[in-house]
Design a protein around this ligand. Structure first.
Ligand code: FEO
Length: 390
């Protein structure tokens, strides 16, 4: 299967309808795709990124279906195997092809794949290759989401091929974005799970791309943006320092005490007209939690005490929040204990990356007394005051 993007530019990748997890970690509720692009010039041809190697035969069949007889350049924007993994197989079929990568990507490709050093040529930021009537320019766009990442820009057509950058894990038969809200959510999930820890560097990449006229963004996951303002504006918003007045509440309860406290907290926030997003960690899609952390001002964890510390599900959520480095400004903890423990200290120790103002936690003995619920009232007042001053 191949699909025409523009004259002599084809999408030759794979739609992975049924993949459920990425990195055995990240839920993929909508599957994904591994996009690869064939660009034909008057003299030379290029492939931009390849596909997950499990699908290499389908990928090679796509090229056969298209009638590709010669490949001069295999451009590796990103060394991760879902894009690079089929390069050795492609080189077996097209041994004359030259792999082009960033300086940092070359040793990574050699570490990850069965390739020889002389099969890979390093290209510099701003360097171009001429396909004959078509010019590909390489733009260093590091840390989206590995250190070696670059984008490829087709000058004559103003098409950016940024690999993971701007991508979405979305299996769809739409070659181009048709359902904006569906793609927006998938792209936000992708940003939250993959890109958010590198928010400040991505800001610089976005600023760099402002020097380019971009009519189309063709990422290596998800549909192509033929109206790229949508995703460029979304990224600008996500990487900005602005937060939304929203309270995210990841919580877990064992015998209902923490649950009662959290329910009261949520109802009090709603009484005050404050947007709240609870996530029961006993049964949560971590991607949904990550999305909510992209722009929420406040996160309040809920956990009982297990063996003197937080519940392991709360530990997992706190660890995740710490590595994702959201721009959250305020945080606290609500929980309960039976006889003793350092639940709040241990949970906070897991989140040194969160540059937040901490409200005093509310920790009840057992199911909680009147004073504990008054403490929740106090917490709600503090949250409200800060949200009014955002
Ligand atoms: Fe889609 Fe970072 O690989």
């Amino acid at each position: 299967m191949f699909r025409k993007v523009k004259d002599d530019i084809y999408s030759v990748g794979i739609i992975d309808w049924h993949r459920k997890l990425f990195d055995e970690l990240i839920p993929l509720p909508d599957g994904t795709s591994y996009n690869s692009y064939f660009v034909k010039g008057e003299e030379k041809n290029a492939i931009i990124d390849t596909v997950e190697p499990d699908f290499v035969q389908d990928f090679l069949d796509n090229l056969d279906d298209l009638g590709v007889e010669k490949i001069d350049y295999i451009i590796s924007n990103h060394a991760e195997q879902d894009h690079s993994g089929s390069i050795p197989h492609l080189l077996e079929k097209f041994p004359e092809a030259e792999v082009l990568s960033s300086k940092k990507a070359k040793p990574m490709l050699l570490d990850l794949l069965d390739l020889d050093s002389d099969q890979i040529r390093v290209v510099e930021d701003g360097e171009t290759v001429d396909l004959g009537g078509r010019t590909l320019e390489f733009i260093d766009t590091p840390w989206v989401h590995w250190p070696e990442t670059m984008s490829t820009y087709l000058q004559e057509e103003n098409i950016l091929f940024p690999c993971d950058f701007f991508g979405s894990h979305l299996a769809t038969s739409d070659l181009f974005v048709e359902d904006h809200s569906e793609v927006y959510k998938a792209a936000k999930r992708y940003y939250a799970e993959i890109m958010m820890p590198f928010r400040m560097i991505i800001k610089k990449n976005l600023a760099k791309l402002e020097d380019y006229e971009i009519d189309m963004i063709a990422p290596s996951h998800g549909p192509i943006y033929d109206n790229p303002e949508m995703i460029l504006e979304a990224y600008q918003e996500w990487v900005s320092d602005e937060v939304k007045p929203e309270v995210v509440v990841p919580y877990v309860s064992m015998h209902g005490s923490t649950d009662d406290l959290i329910k009261y907290f949520i109802s009090r926030l709603i009484d005050e007209g404050i947007k709240v997003k609870p996530f029961n960690l006993a049964d949560v899609d971590l991607g949904d939690l990550a999305i909510s952390l992209v722009d929420a001002s406040t996160v309040i964890f809920g956990s009982p005490t297990v063996l003197t510390g937080p519940h392991p599900s709360a530990v997992y959520a706190a660890y995740l929040a710490n590595v994702l480095k959201p721009k959250t400004r305020y945080a606290s903890i609500i929980g309960s204990y039976g006889w003793a423990g350092r639940m709040t200290d241990k949970l906070l120790e897991l989140m040194p990356n969160l540059k937040v103002e901490l409200y005093d936690p509310v920790v009840a003995k057992g199911h909680g007394a009147e004073e504990d619920y008054q403490e929740i009232d106090r917490l709600v007042e503090e949250v409200k005051a800060d949200l009014e001053n955002l």
